[in-house]
Write a protein that binds this ligand. Structure first.
Ligand SMILES: NC(=O)c1ccc[n+]([C@@H]2O[C@H](COP(=O)([O-])OP(=O)(O)OC[C@H]3O[C@@H](n4cnc5c(N)ncnc54)[C@H](O)[C@@H]3O)[C@@H](O)[C@H]2O)c1
Length: 360
């Protein structure tokens, strides 16, 4: 069994997206060769790819391809020393409109990745990004309101957050497709010995995030405020998440690869944890302080699958790897705001990424 060479590329599936391009930049900066497999289906991600190529051209290889296409996945995985799998249909809302597409990309696409790795003589480490949605809407969690946020009645839970012992309860097609993929990755680690691990992530935010109403709310609120456009809040705005700045996530991803022997076959709740939480209303307050005026807001009923409270307990991963988030929500929101302003100040470039650019 021959392992890939130490200068073999690292594969980032979905590497043009928000998290993928931040990880790709980190790896390239450290001198690694990075191969990106992405079908560029998320509007705007071609800008992330152009940025990566502009900064690290000789270290970035791009495969325009689809995770649902066996041949694309087989070619991309053939000679790599690690795989990070981010490609996904990422919005709960879209999954409710097109559940079959959601399933094919998130569940069947992940199975393609697993099967491609299983076929290799020495499968490389795999890090898969799942979601807190695998724990459902948490209807049994008694909550109360305190100022601008929901808080758990159970003080111990408020201190620690939700850990991996929480029973799985897939809700919404997105929760089902990501949850199925999450379970397949864990099973392939058990049944076939793949060195694979799962991150069940809460809200990630930071530069290069193309937030919309459907996904990426921190960036979305900031973008709307910068554009002086109204923000729609579904529910009462007191919903709370632990937020994790993308640099801290990239550090966790790198550690998972480095320590794969310690984390293989396990799923970890990954987020900012109880010290880094934010409600929607609190973010509006931060935006008001940054801009000097409150964004205009309108309220709509709750959406299907909305969690009023989700805060991760990331301590299992911290114990396994020594990882610790370092960016406070305030510092992270300011950094994202600064990046969004700077990006808007740039002259618009329209880099073309046509099939002719493939494997440049
Ligand atoms: N951002 C978050 O807060 C968050 C939270 C929990 C889980 N996640 C998970 O993390 C991963 C990355 O999220 P992100 O925020 O970077 O999303 P993103 O939408 O920015 O990136 C996903 C990338 O995958 C690509 N893609 C989509 N379908 C594809 C397909 N069929 N074949 C190849 N490429 C395809 C898109 O073009 C995009 O570049 C996703 O799996 C998501 O479910 C993200």
């Amino acid at each position: 069994m021959s392992a890939p060479a130490s200068d073999a590329p690292v594969l980032v599936i979905g590497g043009a997206g928000f998290i993928g391009c931040n990880l790709a930049a980190h790896l390239a900066r450290a001198g690694a060769r990075v191969r990106i497999l992405d079908n560029l289906s998320r509007p705007g991600v071609e800008r992330n790819l152009a940025w990566l190529r502009g900064h690290f051209d000789d270290r970035i290889e791009f495969d325009l391809g689809d995770v649902r296409q066996r041949a694309d996945v087989r070619v991309a995985t053939r000679d790599v020393r690690a795989v990070f799998h981010f490609a996904a249909q990422v919005a709960v809302t879209t999954s409710l409109v097109a559940p079959r597409d959601d399933f094919e990309i998130n569940a069947a696409g992940t199975l393609e990745v697993l099967e491609a790795l299983r076929a290799l003589p020495a499968p490389p480490p795999l890090v898969f990004t799942s979601t807190n949605k695998v724990y459902g809407c948490l209807p049994d969690l008694p909550l109360r309101t305190e100022d601008d946020r929901w808080v758990p009645v159970n003080a111990a839970l408020a201190r620690t957050g939700i850990d991996e012992q929480r029973p799985l309860e897939f809700r919404t097609p997105y929760g089902c497709s990501k949850g199925a993929a999450d379970q397949y990755v864990l099973d392939y680690a058990q049944s076939f010995g793949l060195p694979a691990t799962v991150f069940r992530m809460s809200c990630i935010y930071g530069p290069r995030q193309l937030g919309t109403e459907d996904q990426g709310w921190v960036a979305h609120f900031l973008i709307r405020a910068i554009e002086d456009a109204p923000i729609t809040i579904y529910g009462d705005g007191r919903q709370v998440r632990d937020v994790l700045f993308v640099d801290d996530l990239v550090d966790a991803l790198a550690r998972a690869w480095e320590r794969i022997a310690d984390v293989r076959g396990q799923a970890f709740n990954i987020g900012g944890g109880p010290h880094n939480t934010l409600s929607l209303r609190e973010l509006l307050g931060m935006i008001e302080r940054l801009r000097g005026s409150c964004p205009s807001v309108r309220f709509e009923p709750w959406r299907t699958g909305d969690q009023r409270y989700y805060v991760s307990d990331p301590s299992a991963f911290a114990r396994a790897t020594g990882w610790k988030p370092t960016t406070t929500p305030r510092a992270g929101v300011e950094a994202l705001y600064g990046w969004l302003l700077a990006e808007r100040a740039q002259p618009t470039s329209s880099p073309s990424t046509s099939p002719g650019d493939v494997r440049a």
